[in-house]
Write a protein that binds this ligand. Structure first.
Ligand SMILES: [Zn+2]
Ligand SMILES: [Zn+2]
Length: 635
């Protein structure tokens, strides 16, 4: 039996006693003598699932277990060999059932079976895929499955995707249920990915070829502020619809996959506000509640009907509810194969979306409710990082689960959690934790996220993980007090957190204590990397060792700069590749301003200015040092 575990770190903890002790009298005891039973002529889905299960069980029991096609007893049956009835289960779901002392795993759709196997491994073998590098699979002499086991799962979302790091890994995505195709290609035999064909967003100009008609047929262009502009098309012009429909059908002719669970064509407005104000568009919108989304829904509906008429039953047409189209229209409904993608960019991420005390979120909730009244297929484009100051902590951990529940409860069928997609160049805070929390909540919005978080922290940061949890909690408690407690995706370091000096000392101690408790080089490195976020915050706000009163602050800042470089950090905000690395006054300006002082004349002036001040202050530094020690309680 091939054990494909060489690329992952399998941490074997012997939990044999604990696992076998569970429900010993009523449970089904499974050990290395058991078989994985698959049909004689398995489909590719069944072979994939059976191999995965057999391979993992081989690792658990340290026995070679291969799939077989006949067995009388002591088997885990897969696919058609399973007797678990799935007639009532939605597509891509599964059922795990104990029947007559054996285990039966059946799946629906094309990804249900492998999802069921992954659930079995997680639920009964204790398998956890926390990151691309950390998989926990406890070794055991046997495991026990309760004799009354009957687990039924239906996916909460048909499409889930997020940026961040480990979600790009195939095994991680399969174990934790991510299905989008932006960052990963899942094998076809595991259900494949849900792909956007021909573009993820802002595709209108391309599909309508608007600019091509500027001279020959200007009425196809939006009339905005009295002028025709190619920035957007006129959505009530029949010739525009004709071109867009033909473009979409062309895309499908070239890229359609009849075996995919779902493919999506994005028909989304260009990223500007220059929508059409011609009399026909205006009249249509006026008769539909004055919402600019009315012409958009009408336009996209007609394309969606053409797609359906052409026989593309596993294809949906997607459009935005974004900026001027965010408000839902009246007297018109999106067709069932139309996706409305609502964007949360204006929201607060410290309060949950359904927190009525947060005005920023109340408005979005109204739009979500209004859309959910007329559309059963809403997708959400959500945000999970600080794009202006990406190195510091984005304290959204307490809203992730509830917000995903809110989505699920309001007809949202797909979620894209946009994160720090440039994490390869800017990995300093708690990205892997957030990725795991998001993935688990998208897989099951009602999972025990506290237990999942604790398990993750222990595996990723080691025995000192409770200190890390304390640090995260302190960040949440002290977030955005200067902003009335509201968190946007672009807060400055100073606005993000207000810590007392005692709290700063407490957080310093937590980091050190976690670091001292680390047992492996990986845990130590994970703590040091996450700790960069804390050092960067202090270096941006002049706190702790970066205080004006500390004579060592310049050396500390240079050390932070070097540590960030060594850790591969080349960006400190979105779209800022490499610029902070050229800062010529690292020592003298707050860390979050490093990207503003590259090697030019103005920056050179700043550096000289600070160097002069430093010189003149030298005699006072010793006195300042005393104050610093008093404030931070140092010896
Ligand atoms: Zn128009
Ligand atoms: Zn708020």
């Amino acid at each position: 039996m091939k054990k494909s575990i060489s690329f992952i770190l399998v941490i074997c903890i012997c939990l044999a006693c604990a696992l076998t002790g569970y429900a010993a009298d009523t449970g089904i005891k499974i050990d290395g003598t058991w078989s994985v039973l698959m049909p004689e002529n398995p489909t590719s889905y069944e072979s994939f699932a059976a191999d995965k299960l057999a391979s993992a069980l081989s690792d658990v029991f340290s026995e070679d277990i291969s799939p077989v096609t006949s067995a009388d007893k002591n088997f885990i049956a897969i696919g058609v060999a399973s007797k678990a009835d799935t007639a009532e289960i939605a597509d891509n779901g599964y059922r795990i059932q104990a029947i007559d002392g054996n285990i039966h795993i059946s799946g629906t759709g094309i990804r249900g079976l492998q999802a069921g196997v992954n659930r079995f491994l997680e639920e009964f073998c204790g398998r956890k895929v926390y990151t691309a590098e950390i998989t926990i699979l406890p070794a055991a002499k046997s495991i026990t499955v309760p004799a009354d086991t009957d687990i039924v799962y239906e996916p909460y979302f048909e499409y889930t995707d997020t940026d961040w790091k480990s979600p790009r890994n195939v095994e991680y995505s399969l174990a934790n249920g991510l299905t989008g195709g932006t960052y990963r290609r899942l094998p076809a035999e595991a259900g494949g990915t849900v792909d956007y064909i021909g573009g993820f967003c802002h595709t209108m100009g391309t599909l309508c070829k608007t600019a091509d008609f500027a001279e020959s047929d200007p009425e196809q262009l939006a009339l905005h502020n009295g002028k025709r502009t190619a920035d957007q098309p006129c959505l009530t012009n029949p010739r525009v619809l004709e071109t867009a429909t033909a473009s979409v059908l062309d895309l499908l002719r070239e890229n359609h996959d009849p075996d995919a669970s779902l493919q999506i064509v994005s028909v989304t407005q260009n990223d500007n506000q220059n929508y059409c104000e011609c009399s026909k568009c205006k009249a249509f919108e006026d008769s539909h509640g004055g919402a600019q989304s009315a012409t958009m829904v009408n336009f996209v509906n007609q394309i969606a009907l053409a797609v359906k008429a052409a026989g593309y039953n596993n294809v949906a047409v997607d459009t935005f509810a974004y900026q001027y189209t965010r408000k839902a229209p009246q007297n018109i409904k999106p067709e069932e194969n139309v996706i409305i993608r609502l964007c949360t960019i204006e929201c607060c991420f410290l309060h949950t979306l359904d927190d009525s005390s947060c005005k920023r979120n109340t408005e979005l909730m109204k739009d979500l409710h209004d859309w959910s009244e007329i559309c059963k297929r809403i997708y959400v484009w959500d945000y999970t990082t600080n794009y202006s100051n990406t190195c510091i902590v984005f304290p959204d951990f307490n809203v992730i689960q509830r917000n995903i529940q809110v989505f699920s409860e309001n007809n949202v069928k797909g979620v894209y959690e946009e994160g720090n997609y440039y994490i390869d160049n800017c990995d300093t805070e708690f990205g892997e934790l957030r990725a795991y929390m998001i993935s688990k909540c998208l897989q099951n919005p009602y999972c025990d996220i506290a237990a999942e978080t604790e398990g993750f922290l222990a595996a990723y940061y080691g025995p000192g993980y409770k200190d890390i949890k304390k640090i995260i909690d302190l960040h949440i408690e002290n977030a955005c007090k200067l902003n009335g407690g509201h968190l946007s995706i672009g807060e400055s370091p100073a606005a993000s957190f207000s810590f007392s000096n005692a709290q700063i000392k407490e957080i310093d101690n937590c980091w050190l204590s976690a670091l001292q408790a680390a047992e492996t080089p990986a845990q130590k490195s994970n703590i040091e990397r996450s700790m960069l976020s804390w050092r960067f915050w202090k270096a941006s706000t002049g706190k702790g060792e970066f205080s004006l009163l500390n004579p060592e602050r310049y050396a500390e800042k240079e050390k932070l700069f070097e540590d960030m470089k060594a850790s591969g950090v080349s960006m400190i905000s979105e779209g800022s590749y490499g610029d902070y690395l050229d800062c010529i006054c690292v020592k003298y300006v707050p860390a979050n301003e490093w990207n503003m002082y590259e090697d030019d004349e103005q920056a050179a002036h700043v550096r000289l200015f600070f160097e002069k001040i430093l010189e003149s202050l030298t005699p006072f530094l010793a006195a300042g040092g005393l104050f610093y020690k008093l404030i931070y309680g140092l010896e």
